[in-house]
Design a protein around this ligand. Structure first.
Ligand code: BTN
Length: 257
């Protein structure tokens, strides 16, 4: 069982998770928060589910996570505060927050894989799916869904990248309440920083992405492109150098050659 009281003591945020909803089973925390139902209207609402029946991954994949062992949650940002922020930047902030929380609590070295996977020893420990709902010309709500493997020790199924969990890496039980509070505390702090300077955030992200400068393969829909991971641009898009030209990649999967 998730200990709400313990989580609350560790939470130091002003806005994020001040409306916190705990669910035993749900289809997908992202889908639920995007739906805009009455109790999911408040900016910063966090919905945590012990089990998702149709957890979503990027590119129409599924996100599988054993019940009660890991963290699967979503954060809602509505158009009150933080709405002027670029969703791509928020995406980078979320991956940095999860990576930093792991490093702070467990002294592990993490690496980021574009656009937002968190790796430990070249295996994926967490993934992020950001979705938005649009009203007219404006972004009405931004939902940031985070799945992080904490205490699961075996993984079945097909994965586009080998999975791991923190328990497998540190060889001891992981405290879910402390981890969730740490991620959310850092996430909020970084959102405030982002409002002041996206450049610092982009630089922090670059310093944790060890693939920059490497030869990589990008799978974008059906297309496969090979080139050098040159950099990310000011919007967080990947810049791929091939045939002496720089190409901007908006959406895709990166793998090593
Ligand atoms: C990926 O790496 O493909 C992204 C995985 C995102 C999974 C999280 S778990 C909580 C939230 N709800 C969902 O349905 N998906 C995200």
């Amino acid at each position: 069982m998730f200990n709400l009281e313990k989580f609350d003591i560790k939470l130091e945020t002003e806005i994020i998770a001040r409306n916190f909803i705990y669910s035993d089973e749900i289809d997908s925390t992202n889908t639920e928060l995007l739906s805009g139902k009455q109790h999911y209207k408040k900016n910063g609402t966090v919905l945590l589910a012990e089990k998702q029946l149709s957890g979503k991954g990027r590119k129409n994949r599924t996100w599988q996570s054993a019940k009660g062992l890991n963290l699967t949650f979503s954060i809602l940002l509505t158009n009150e505060i933080f709405s002027n922020l670029n969703p791509n930047h928020i995406n980078l902030v979320a991956s940095l927050a999860a990576a930093e929380a792991i490093e702070n609590l467990y002294q592990l070295r993490t690496e980021l894989k574009w656009p937002n996977d968190i790796l430990i020893n070249k295996k994926k420990v967490a993934g992020i799916l950001i979705e938005t709902s649009i009203k007219g010309r404006n972004v009405e709500r931004i939902v940031i869904g985070i799945g992080i493997n904490l205490n699961q020790i075996s993984f079945q199924g097909d994965f586009n990248f080998p999975p791991t969990s923190l328990k497998l890496e540190v060889k001891s039980e992981i405290d879910r309440e402390t981890m969730l509070a740490e991620i959310l505390n850092i996430f909020e702090e970084q959102l405030f920083n982002l409002e002041k300077s996206p450049e610092n955030l982009l630089n922090e992200w670059r310093s944790k992405c060890k693939m920059i400068g490497d030869k990589i393969t990008i799978t974008e829909n059906e297309k496969i492109k090979t080139g050098i991971f040159h950099d990310i641009d000011e919007n967080g898009y990947l810049l791929l150098k091939r045939n002496n030209a720089i190409e901007k990649i908006h959406f895709g999967d990166v793998s090593f050659v």
